[in-house]
Design a protein around this ligand. Structure first.
Ligand code: ATP
Length: 283
């Protein structure tokens, strides 16, 4: 299979060379079983991170209409303890947002140490839809890519684990999903002619994504191209990727918690000793 993780700036990204389907040999049953185990591990890792408060996580979900951003939030984010998780969706900027620099609305949703922030669309829209529909001059969105790389570096310097996912679906799969929405009562709220209009810009979005992913790929802010034609495989890939990234820090969090426990216990001992000596003095 072609490379699916990009963590080196400038690496060439060719979405059409990456399969949107699960690899041969992977079955729904296998993926769902592994997903269930990963979900439990993720919950425990989140607990350790929440307590240690030396890192935080940003999960950026990008993809075309119908790629499964909402479904990912429901399933993968559903494995987390809601205490310590925020989900922010970035739509067309409001008048107030437009009066600020493009990162303003995003930066305010960056996570506190210990917490998870999930971005349903993100600062990348300002170099994707804005580029495709020429909502800003080329010079401006090109400069924005540099600002995004710097922004993510800043987050990482503060201990934020930045994980970015492009949910990769084919044009046929998108058509099928958009049509399914029309007959499914639960998704009536998603029906939007704009999704069909955007399909006409499929190739322009491909070019915009390839450029943005390539220029912002970094060790501290990797992009994963998630084969997302099958929802069960998509959920498994994202859960596995988040768990892998967090596992690297598990020992650090456990050590921090152990030291924290030692320091807090000695505070408690000191308090109890003081209280006992006060009691003795009043006897
Ligand atoms: P789904 O993918 O499930 O269809 P959605 O993410 O498209 O849902 P909507 O609220 O329908 O949810 O769409 C948000 C819209 O806002 C998208 O068309 C997106 O391109 C647009 N948008 C987001 N950020 C910007 C931006 N900075 N400038 C212009 N448009 C933006």
């Amino acid at each position: 299979m072609s490379q699916t993780v990009f963590d080196d700036p400038g690496e060439k990204v060719r979405l059409n060379d990456i399969s949107a389907d699960p690899p041969k040999g992977m079955t729904r049953d296998k993926a769902e079983k592994r997903f269930a185990a990963l979900g439990k591990e993720l919950f425990d890792l989140q607990d350790a991170m929440f307590g240690a408060k030396v890192h935080s996580v940003v999960v950026v979900l990008q993809g075309r209409d119908g790629a499964g951003k909402d479904g990912t939030i429901k399933h993968v984010v559903g494995c987390l303890n809601p205490r310590g998780v925020s989900v922010s969706s970035f739509g067309v900027p409001t008048a107030e947002e437009r009066d600020h620099d493009f990162l303003w609305r995003v930066h305010r949703h960056a996570p506190r140490l210990g917490e998870f922030a999930i971005f349903n669309r993100s600062h990348y829209e300002d170099v994707l839809v804005v580029r495709v529909h020429k909502l800003a001059p080329k010079k401006l969105w090109q400069e924005r890519i540099g600002h995004i790389a710097d922004f993510e570096e800043l987050l990482a310097e503060h201990g934020t684990i930045v994980l970015k996912y492009f949910l990769h679906i084919t044009k046929d799969e998108q058509e099928q999903r958009l049509l399914e929405r029309e007959v499914e009562p639960a998704t009536a709220w998603k029906l939007n002619p704009n999704d069909w209009k955007e399909r006409d810009y499929w190739d322009a979005y491909t070019a915009a994504y390839e450029n943005a992913i390539s220029r912002t790929a970094a060790r501290h802010a990797p992009w994963t191209i998630v084969p997302a034609n099958s929802k069960w495989y998509r959920n498994f890939v994202i859960a596995e990727s988040i768990v892998d990234a967090l596992r690297d820090h598990k020992r650090n969090w456990e050590t921090t918690l152990k030291e924290m426990g030692k320091a807090r216990r000695s505070e408690l001992d000191a308090y109890r000793a003081q209280r006992a000596s006060r009691k003795d003095a009043t006897k």
